[in-house]
Write a protein that binds this ligand. Structure first.
Ligand code: NAP
Length: 499
């Protein structure tokens, strides 16, 4: 498909007064607008509360105000294209009014009948909205129509299938854009470039040269006011099923024959198909779960998960997961991919550490600690960059010393890289679905994760809470690697700044 780099569309945001719309969508659209990346467009915001167009436009301006250096006249021009429709999405009557408004804006702004429907709402509404959009004629347009949906896409494989059937009645797969905002992050997108544009890495990218790969995504924040949602989710569903497995797929996939959506997605699907199933009694040897207790963050006392709002005081929900994933194919046989993610950890950090095998001969006396394995560290957030850990001679002494070659994305370019949502919205407007998850990826990742949640839900974890807030997780997560002869590279020592 040829992609128009200055797309035209009517963007309908369901859940227009919500947190996601305010914090991410409006600022991202504004940035696209100020960068000249949008041609003709208008936005219809939908939510239940009653607002005038002017009140809605003021809210939009306010949400952007705190994010960007403002140009008042640009901002007014931008906000003037926002319209509000008060509407309960479960109310069948109201869709015809919405249809009329959409048609009016389409003709007023000459939007070529292009429509994006962005569902920034709780997932229980996704099916109903999609069905109504079709039944009530909002999808009968001359131009393109695309449905964007937020996570979570289901709660397990069964519920994801039900949801998928519902939305597929209204939108074919190629019109569905399932957001995984990790796929919009600059350095996650960079994984492919690092791998496939550098001849020094790709020949080494296999079980002959790599000993293990570690992916950490740690948060300092606790569950905050999301206790009700989190109790039904936990870290496995909230982070592993989507973001962590997506990063594994990008690291492990074969080079695609072309950089097209279909080819990249099909290589990622092949990784999911090669993931070793972990089920039954194996679950607790491949995976570790944790729940935070009280502790200190930045010198202040913070409560345990079980003491948080809307959380059961005997909750069995995990706020931390560490796991060992094996990809049973020719390239990766025998190489563990370790993942860990959790809340209330020591630092906020998302990093990938690729650890290379050691040299066959110990010429420079590894025992004395002067030689370290080569590491390629991909810093995803908060800092963005790449560090290559090598060994070299340094100074007077004749031995070897670890040295680091570092590329800090933000530091060098002097520009902030675009936010994940900005990139994903732009991709969707241009019809590029590469960085969105295909149903096959969703289904395979749920079936992998369901085997683990089945065991954990049926076995209460007696040791909860098992890690202190402000730590890097339970001891068992360290032991998971120790029994294979590895250890977690401490993420705090790997920062780009510390190189
Ligand atoms: P939120 O703050 O609770 O907002 C929900 C929105 O839905 C509000 O605008 C609400 O407005 C509207 N709404 C609720 N019931 C409605 C109904 N029956 N008819 C019409 N509108 C209705 O939620 P959120 O945090 O923005 O999250 C939205 C979605 O994004 C969820 O699926 C969430 O899991 C996902 N997500 C959010 C974030 C984030 O950073 N917030 C990140 C990743 C994914 P009214 O009350 O006025 O109706």
């Amino acid at each position: 498909m040829t992609q128009n780099n200055r797309p035209t569309a009517l963007i309908m945001i369901f859940g227009a007064t919500g947190d996601l719309a305010r914090r991410k969508l409006y600022p991202s659209l504004y940035r696209l607008f100020t960068k000249g990346k949008l041609d003709r467009f208008a936005v219809v915001g939908v939510a239940r509360r009653s607002l005038t167009n002017e009140e809605f436009q003021d809210n939009v301006k306010e949400s952007i105000g705190s994010h960007d250096h403002l140009d008042e006249s640009k901002m007014d021009e931008f906000a003037s294209k926002f319209y509000y429709h008060s509407h309960d999405v479960t109310d069948s009557e109201s869709y015809s009014v919405l249809k009329g408004l959409a048609a009016e804006l389409d003709s007023h702004y000459r939007l070529d009948g292009n429509r994006i429907f962005y569902l920034a709402m709780a997932p229980e509404f996704f099916g109903t909205i999609a069905e109504h959009l079709k039944k009530d004629g909002l999808t009968d347009v001359e131009g393109f129509k695309r449905l964007v949906i937020e996570k979570p896409f289901g709660h397990d494989l069964e519920s994801a299938k039900v949801l998928n059937r519902q939305i597929r009645k209204a939108f074919p797969e190629n019109e569905i854009y399932r957001i995984d905002h990790y796929l919009g992050k600059e350095m996650v997108q960079n994984i492919e470039v690092i791998r496939f544009a550098n001849s020094i890495f790709e020949p080494l990218w296999n079980n002959r040269f790599i000993s293990n790969i570690q992916i950490t995504s740690s948060e300092v924040l606790g569950v905050e006011e999301r206790g009700r949602y989190y109790e039904t989710s936990g870290a496995l569903r909230d982070m592993v099923q989507n973001h962590m497995l997506q990063m594994v797929a990008l690291l492990a996939m074969e080079p695609p024959i072309r950089l097209t959506t279909e080819e990249i997605r099909s290589e990622k699907v092949r990784v999911f198909r090669a993931l070793r199933t972990v089920e039954g009694s194996d679950v607790n040897s491949y995976f570790v779960r944790g729940q935070y207790g009280k502790g200190k963050i930045n010198e202040s006392d913070v409560p345990a998960y079980r003491e948080q709002e809307m959380v059961d005081e005997a909750s069995n929900t995990e706020t931390f997961v560490a796991g060992k994933l094996m990809i049973d194919n020719f390239r990766w046989a025998g190489v563990p991919f370790y993942i860990r993610t959790g809340k209330r950890m020591e630092v906020k950090s998302t990093k990938i550490v690729v650890e290379f095998k050691e040299m066959p001969m110990d010429l420079y006396n590894r025992q004395e600690g002067s030689v370290s394995p080569n590491l390629l560290v991909i810093h995803i957030q908060p800092e963005e960059g790449i560090t290559l850990h090598l060994n070299a001679k340094k100074g007077q002494h004749s031995g070897s010393t670890p040295v680091k070659l570092s590329y800090a994305n933000k530091g060098i370019d002097g520009l902030n890289t675009p936010e994940a949502y900005e990139k994903l919205l732009y991709d969707c407007l241009r019809g590029d679905a590469t960085n969105f998850t295909h149903w096959d990826e969703v289904a395979l990742s749920w079936s992998f994760v369901d085997n683990i949640s089945e065991v954990w839900e049926n076995e209460k974890e007696a040791s909860f809470p098992n890690y202190e807030s402000g730590s890097m997780g339970p001891d068992a997560a360290e032991q998971l690697l120790e029994k294979d002869g590895f250890f977690w590279w401490p993420v705090t020592n790997l920062d780009v700044d510390k190189c």
